[in-house]
Design a protein around this ligand. Structure first.
Ligand code: SF4
Ligand code: SF4
Length: 64
């Protein structure tokens, strides 16, 4: 499971950081970072709510 941020698109609104129900996303040096990638439940909230589509979840095929 990987979560990629496109920092050129990110407008630092903190929505992903505030909305992740599991606190997977942390806020460091004024940008969002993934803290616990293996605990992500792939709820897609961060990707869906990012206003600039700066987040892309990559799900391993084996997960399905
Ligand atoms: S929701 Fe998107 S634009 Fe907002 S801080 Fe997160 S990555 Fe950046
Ligand atoms: S997909 Fe859900 S659990 Fe995973 S980082 Fe995004 S908001 Fe958090």
């Amino acid at each position: 499971m990987t979560i990629n941020f496109d920092y050129e698109k990110c407008i630092k609104c903190k929505k992903c950081y505030e909305l992740c129900p599991l606190d997977i996303i942390t806020w460091e040096n004024d940008v969002p970072k993934i803290k616990y990638p293996n605990e992500c439940q792939i709820c897609f909230i961060c990707q869906a709510e990012c206003p600039t589509k700066a987040i892309k979840l990559k799900i391993p095929i084996a997960f399905w």
